[in-house]
Design a protein around this ligand. Structure first.
Ligand SMILES: Nc1nc2c(ncn2[C@@H]2O[C@H](COP(=O)(O)OP(=O)(O)OP(=O)(O)O)[C@@H](O)[C@H]2O)c(=O)[nH]1
Ligand SMILES: [Mg+2]
Length: 461
């Protein structure tokens, strides 16, 4: 039987609680509470050691004990009180810092008995968004930052959280609104046609916005690689040295290497951080006209891996093939040339010093490591090119969809304006572009979109 009565909920959003740290045992686990009743919930499940109330000194850690609804001591804890609106969610927020999972569970049930309810994934950030603390693109960056796997991915997410993407989109949206306002004004006075000098100037402004959005779209596939990682498949004939090269690239003896052709039967994967780009290398079974059923199945997997690859390294044994030939990967479907790098291996056995691989191939030795550094920078370069952080601004299909729609609408507006098809037609497309850009920022975004965005957050964020 609980001695504490749940607090009555008012018109305001209910008070939520969730662990903000992982459930693994650790030195510190943090429970986060947010909502109008956060102060009451805190007072009911946390008793300060000193004489001050737990809310007496905002934003300062205070020492005390967490207590169960029956008043039983759970453990020594620290608590911090952060009254709204100057808090992460914009609401009253309290955090209780305790120890491992059992302590967190006990404090969490005390908080629930005291009137809070368990938060949904992403609900704290959703409230921050709804309270105007950040726009939708910034809110998404909170989740990206948590899952960033490399330093570059972290920097891109932080840039977005600081408003890098939002400011660019907002700037373009403002220009489109301006142009729209000018055309709208002309529509109100139909006797004064938009004179051709204005048409030129307005077209130029639309074009500029269109190009800025297009260059963001161009960088989108690269931004995806930084966020999700690139798949790089090593393929070629048996015994070419694929597994040896795989081990050298991942920096560990992961794959079995033997002098017998047909050693690797199944695909083997390992991910490395290639100067900020997460790269998953995939070693495969050598491709040949195999009789053995297991080997045939392995080769089938090689082909499947190649189909989903962002880049294929075609590994060739340079002691077996002539460098003057352009070699396709045997027994595999044709791949576009920009998705394949040809790698001539075993150069340590190559007697002639003027071995010149054809078509920009790379001469390396998986055994000695020679040529590996330039191969790695070529891999990074063919995946990312010379893209700079600002070209990698779009972080996710939702962003790309909004920008794509705005770009298409601006292209139509441009044509309509050029052909002087009439202001109303231009306005339809300008309004479309303004809506799409607003959607990216979360202006007038429906519940459904918000549900989708916040459902991928972890609990407690
Ligand atoms: N000298 C020399 N030998 C190499 C080099 N790379 C691989 N080898 C040798 O070539 C043989 C085959 O190497 P693996 O890495 O197993 O070749 P693979 O392409 O994975 O072969 P499969 O798995 O059978 O398709 C082994 O004896 C390796 O030691 C190299 O750069 N130099
Ligand atoms: Mg192998």
């Amino acid at each position: 039987m609980s001695e504490i009565k749940p607090i009555e909920t008012s018109e305001q959003p209910d008070t939520i609680v969730a662990p903000a740290t992982s459930r693994e045992p650790g030195a510190v686990a943090i429970l986060r509470i947010s909502g109008a009743q956060a102060a009451d919930v805190l007072s009911l499940c946390f008793k300060p050691r000193g004489s001050h109330a737990p809310t007496a000194r905002p934003r300062r850690l205070i020492h005390g004990v967490a207590v169960s609804p029956t008043g039983e001591e759970i453990d020594d804890c620290l608590a911090v009180w952060m009254p709204g609106p100057n808090s992460f969610t914009g609401e009253n927020v309290a955090e209780i810092q305790g120890g491992g999972p059992a302590i967190t569970d006990a404090v969490m049930s005390a908080a629930i008995t005291a009137g809070a309810r368990p938060a949904q994934p992403g609900e704290f950030t959703r409230r921050a968004f709804l309270n105007g603390k950040m726009d939708l693109a910034q809110a998404e960056a909170v989740a990206d930052l948590v899952v960033a796997r490399t330093d570059l991915a972290r920097r891109l997410a932080l840039r977005q959280l600081r408003g890098g993407l939002s400011q660019r989109i907002e700037g373009i949206r403002e220009v489109v609104i301006d142009v729209g306002a000018e055309i709208e004004a002309a529509l109100d006075f139909p006797e004064e046609d938009i004179i051709s000098e204005s048409v030129e100037r307005l077209t130029a402004r639309i074009q500029e916005s269109h190009q800025a959005l297009q260059s963001m779209l161009d960088g989108f596939s690269k931004a995806r690689l930084v966020r999700e990682g690139a798949r790089v498949v090593l393929a070629g004939k048996p015994n070419a040295g694929k597994s040896s090269l795989f081990n050298a690239l991942v920096g560990q003896e992961r794959a079995i290497v033997t002098p017998h052709p047909g050693t690797t039967r199944d695909t083997i994967e390992s991910t490395v951080d290639l100067d900020g780009l997460p790269v998953k290398y995939i070693d495969t079974a050598g491709v040949r006209d195999a009789r053995d059923e297991i080997e045939q199945l392995g080769i089938q997997r090689t082909n499947e891996a190649m189909e989903s690859a962002d880049l294929v390294l075609h590994v060739i044994d340079s002691t077996q093939e002539k460098p003057s030939h352009t070699l396709p990967i045997p027994f595999t479907p044709d791949l576009p040339a920009d998705r394949v790098l040809t790698v001539w291996n075993k150069m340590d056995l190559e007697a002639s010093s003027n071995f010149m691989p054809k078509d920009g191939g790379f001469a390396i030795s998986a055994k000695t490591g020679s040529g590996l550094a330039s191969l790695e920078s070529a891999i990074r370069n063919s995946l990312l090119g010379t893209a700079q952080a600002e070209d990698l601004a779009l972080a996710g299909e939702r962003h790309a969809k909004c920008v794509r729609e705005a770009t298409e609408a601006l292209a139509r507006a441009e044509v309509a304006l050029q052909k002087v098809l009439g202001g109303e037609l231009v306005m339809i497309d300008l309004r479309g572009a303004i809506l799409s850009l607003g959607e990216l920022l979360g202006i007038q975004t429906g519940e459904e979109v918000l549900d989708r965005v916040f459902s991928r957050f972890c609990l407690g964020k």
